[in-house]
Ligand binder design. Structure first.
Ligand SMILES: NC(=O)c1ccc[n+]([C@@H]2O[C@H](COP(=O)([O-])OP(=O)(O)OC[C@H]3O[C@@H](n4cnc5c(N)ncnc54)[C@H](OP(=O)(O)O)[C@@H]3O)[C@@H](O)[C@H]2O)c1
Length: 266
């Protein structure tokens, strides 16, 4: 093991900066795609993680994989498209390992009919899952985090929070508002040790966008729009989420951090 001049090992130093040992995390949408990678990263960094989504088989598979690796994880099946579903899911989640120190709002849906055909049902469902659930979960867990003096709220937004393309519709509106929600939460709770930030993906092939993913030409065109030269993979979010969940990011709040291979900067 490498030691620095003070005799501290690099492993101890990294652990002091980033370890999530003893922390409790709740990850919505943690059973698929980006959320599943985020769940794995937080659990492997030491947190006890509760995964919240609807489909039980995927939830159980996610948790089984982590417990087999020696991590602490549990799941809650809840429908985050209704207020009652969010409330019940939050109570059940808190019952697993206690009140969370880390909340990751990753559950999201992407229904994007052409603007002229965007009806109230799509609008309402999109706002309920992508915006209202994160708001309600923040109200449920944020004040407790502030009282205990440590909290990390991390939302997953989108390029469409910043610019309209590929039929942004209600989806883009929900993600834009989610970034504003992060700033409101940051304003309220940062003085009490609770940061609120968003991670902004580029294009990541997941079940969310199977239609687009199955068109090789469009996939290649999206990869060409990045600076790195490829589309994202779910594991690209591991380092950023551990950083934002850890003590190392105490002075980072209200920010949107783009994990997009440079997609947004040219
Ligand atoms: N993939 C991309 O290129 C991309 C780009 C920008 C932003 N994002 C954002 O990143 C996040 C994750 O996306 P992803 O691509 O990883 O999607 P994904 O693979 O489709 O995963 C979505 C997750 O959300 C859960 N979910 C959906 N509706 C729910 C509901 N009503 N109640 C509870 N859970 C629900 C799903 O589980 P159940 O179906 O079992 O409920 C699943 O775990 C989303 O917020 C998305 O908007 C993704």
């Amino acid at each position: 093991m490498i030691r620095d001049a003070s005799g501290m090992t690099s492993r101890a130093y990294l652990s002091e900066l980033f370890s999530l040992d003893g922390r409790v995390a709740v990850v919505t949408g943690g059973s698929s795609g980006i959320g599943r990678a985020i769940t794995g990263a937080l659990a492997r960094a030491g947190a006890s993680v509760v995964v919240v989504a609807r489909k039980e088989a995927q939830l159980a598979a996610t948790v089984d994989e982590l417990t087999a690796d020696g991590c602490r994880a549990a799941w809650v099946s809840a429908d985050l498209s209704t207020r009652e579903g969010v409330r019940a899911g939050a109570e059940e989640a808190a019952g697993k390992f206690g009140e969370p120190d880390i909340l990751v709002n990753c559950a999201g849906i992407n229904l994007r009919p052409p603007m002229g055909e965007l009806g109230e049902e799509v609008w309402d469902t999109t706002m309920a899952v992508n915006l209202e659930a994160p708001y309600l979960l923040g109200q449920r867990f944020g004040p407790g985090m502030a009282e205990r003096g440590y909290g990390r709220i991390i939302h997953i937004t989108s390029q469409q929070a910043h610019r309209a393309f590929v039929q942004s519709g209600a989806y883009g509106v929900s993600k834009g508002a989610l970034e504003s929600l992060a700033r409101s939460q940051a304003e309220a709770w940062s003085p009490h040790g609770v940061t609120a930030n968003t991670l902004v993906p580029g294009f990541v092939m997941t079940p969310l966008n199977t239609r687009l993913s199955s068109d090789p030409e469009r996939v290649a065109a999206l990869a060409a729009r990045t600076m790195v030269g490829r589309n994202g993979v779910a594991e690209d979010f591991a380092g950023a989420v551990v950083f934002l969940a850890s003590g190392a990011s105490a002075y980072v709040t209200g920010q949107s951090i783009f994990v997009d291979g440079g997609f947004s900067v040219h």
